[in-house]
Design a binder for this molecule. Sequence first.
Ligand code: UDP
Ligand code: MG
Length: 310
Amino acid sequence: MGKRLSVVVSVYNEEAVLEQFYRETSRVLGGVAWDYELLFVNDGSRDGSLPVLKRLAQQDGRVKIVSFSRNFGHEAAMIAGIDYSSGDVIICMDADLQHPPECIPEILRKFEEGCQVVSMVRTKNRSAGLIKNLTSAAFYNLINALSDVHFENNASDFFAVSRQVAEVLKKSYRERVRFLRGYVQNVGFQRATIEYEARPRAAGESKYSIRKLFQFSVNTIVCFSNLPLKLGIYAGLGAGLLGLIVLVYTLLTRQGAPSGYATIVVLICFMFAVLFLIVGIIGEYIAILFTELKDRPIYIVERTENLDEV
Ligand code: UDP
Ligand code: MG
């Protein structure tokens, strides 16, 4: 009957929560008037996640599995899920039940009202520490200041798109270094946001370390802003201005060469610091250019379950 829903779930070493996730989500999905598929993307889990998924897929034909040959990361898993999904609406969510399945009926209502993109915005994240919350706020402020597209603060990897938007994400936006929820917020179309309260992880532990998050933030800034590349121009202008001031000062005071060894050392250190920083920033852009140029696959599928060939 009628419309079909695909729920895409990325799974990396989640054996402890999968059963519970399946039970709770199926219960919610059983109560909505949509046909559905539960598409699990196994992102190279090294624990017992895959056997658990296979068992679920045997019991329930609506459970589908795409299994990667190794770990490709959360973003790659979501992209694969969108690629393999067949629903009219696709909801991406985490397997750890931090994204409450109870929100699904509300999301579907938005689509029935004609929305094409629904972003879920978390109001509270109980399990993330103060540091994670603060750095996340700082990150969103920075990227919004640097980039000409707008990012919702606290937008999560919990979102839903229509088939039309999914096709856009499938055909375009195939960058190697990417920020999927950034694209989702900036493809346009009629968009709605729903607030939700993130729950603590049901079991298992977080796979995102602070270091990974930092790399992720740098990549996002590089992907969405060219402003850091232009820092060199401002630094050059600043240095030129400084030189001019020193020149005028020297001429006016008729001191000849200004004495002061310390001044020279401090200035040299300062200038080199700026220079190296800018070289480093250019390096980040070149690294990403290089990655794009190599054009390696975003993910490699080893096997699928309950899915026809795509
Ligand atoms: N995940 C993934 N690949 C990875 C890391 C994480 O597919 O390399 C999945 C993970 O199984 C979970 C979701 O991405 O479903 C979010 O990860 P996690 O809960 O560890 O992140 P946090 O919620 O702590 O930010
Ligand atoms: Mg989580």
